[in-house]
Design a protein around this ligand. Sequence first.
Ligand code: NI
Length: 178
Amino acid sequence: MAILKIAKLGHPVLVKKTNEINNLDELNLKKIVFDMSETMLDVDGIGLAAPQVHLSHRMFIFRNPEIEDDDKINISVFINPVIEKLSDETEDDWEGCLSIPGMLGLVRRFKRIKYSAIDLNGNNIAGEVEGLHARVIQHEFDHLNGVLYTSRLAHKSAFGYSEEIEKFWKKNNDENKK
Ligand code: NI
């Protein structure tokens, strides 16, 4: 396994639409997935899309925090995914991205989505998800179309360095809830 170099905001691979994967064996996809997993865990990420490691393929990996506990890491692989909203209901929450390190943005996402994809063994997978799980999938899916979360901000000003966001935005939000 190997830790891969992560493309940062400004690299053209991040704004390019990716290509469908037609032959799982030809690409040595297992090695790509292992390397991407190691890379994601090394920087404590929750998801990583192929363009972020300079590969213009329609695939991403992500962790599902809702089914993980302290000694279990669960990494899903989505190849050629398709997603669809299940309702118009949206939610705003803070997101970061390994390609935009040190920054956070308040991003509007659909609350509930359905997905279909191919897994690493070539099996068709599908499901309906909501909340953080749905958010992570929408974030990674956007990467496959060259879209970064900065173009989906809930407010134009809701973007900045994480330490400032923690200090000024999240604190205010918590106080507002009291
Ligand atoms: Ni990202």
